[in-house]
Design a protein around this ligand. Structure first.
Ligand code: RRO
Length: 311
């Protein structure tokens, strides 16, 4: 079986990639993903200035996933842009994703102009869904601000771009968000970011597990999977056909990845499982997804993408 896939005009040898934030803050981590069977990679979300992030502990492994309140620690957009430009010179056939976010709405067009003016030829993921910066709401829950930011981005930006979205939980929200996204020349969306502001309590000590924000943090892993499936499915049913989808959320097995593709995902990204298992997750999941496809009689992912059955 082949796991080849496409997003816009870009081709990938494997549907799997890392989720932004996991194994991608430094060049050494990015190099490890690049050297794995992953079909592509994305940088940690870069901001205009480098950030050290929230106080530690800010990440914990839970029974069925993870909680994090990293607070956008990153080396700054210039670092990731330089990495990406060097990567594309060394791997001309392999597209790479650059993730960026503003600390305020007016940063987004500045980031867009910087990338537009650079030699970067990959895909840019504008992160509208970080749940963990104290005092800063998740942008994409504010639809008016989301539309303003997208208008500002696409005034400057002519390269392929997408948005990282938070999970939505109401069908009317899917209608409203999709109606906005369909107005812009997006190449893709990435759904979902972590489920923001969950809480995990240590039963021995009755204490939260992470320090920032009184213990509140984004939840990933198996807790996120049904929400991710629903979000990918709901957006696939509502977005223009030329907007692709990166499915993210709770992929632990090849079967999980298969289900995200059934819901409409073009690429599948790994967050919690990559954080807990390391880059070996890419080879395991590649083998497991191929086995699942063989069991179902499929040899290519486009044979079953979006082909979810309903009752
Ligand atoms: O750095 C983070 O705290 C973080 C970000 Br930017 C994000 O988009 N999602 C997440 O779970 N953590």
């Amino acid at each position: 079986a082949s796991l080849k896939t496409t997003l816009g005009d870009y081709r990938f040898d494997n549907v799997f990639m890392n989720a932004s934030g996991v194994h991608c803050e430094t060049a050494a981590e990015l190099d490890e993903v690049a050297a794995s069977p992953a079909g592509t990679l994305v940088t940690k979300t870069g901001t205009l200035q480098p950030r050290s992030g929230n106080p530690e502990p800010r990440f914990a492994v839970l029974e069925l996933g993870t909680i994090n309140s990293m607070g956008l620690p990153n080396q700054g957009v210039d670092y990731y842009l330089a990495y990406a430009e060097q990567f594309q010179a060394q791997h001309p056939e392999q597209p790479i994703f650059l993730s960026v976010a503003g600390m305020q709405p007016s940063d987004f067009p500045v980031l867009a102009q910087k990338i537009q003016d650079s030699g970067f030829t990959g895909l840019t993921e504008f992160n509208l869904s970080c749940p963990n910066v104290p005092g800063k709401p998740q942008i994409a829950y504010d639809l008016a601000t989301t539309a303003e930011i997208l208008t500002a981005i696409f005034t400057a930006f002519k390269k392929p771009a997408g948005v990282k979205l938070p999970p939505y939980f109401d069908l009317a929200q899917f209608d409203q968000v999709a109606a906005i996204l369909n107005r812009y020349p997006l190449t893709f969306i990435n759904s979902i970011n972590s489920r923001g502001n969950g809480l995990w309590i240590d039963p021995e000590t009755d204490t939260t597990t992470i320090r920032p924000k009184g213990g509140f943090g984004g939840i990933g892993g198996q807790y996120a999977k049904p929400v991710a499936l629903a979000n990918v499915r709901a957006f696939r049913q509502r977005l223009r056909a030329d907007i692709g989808i990166i499915g993210t959320g709770g992929v632990t097995t090849g079967r999980d990845a298969y289900e995200l593709i059934l819901c409409g995902a073009n690429l599948v990204s790994l967050g919690s499982v990559l954080a807990t298992e390391g880059v070996g997750a890419f080879s395991r999941l590649t083998t497991e997804l191929k086995a699942e496809m063989a069991k179902k009689g499929y040899s290519r992912v486009d044979e079953f993408r979006g082909q979810l059955n309903t009752l």
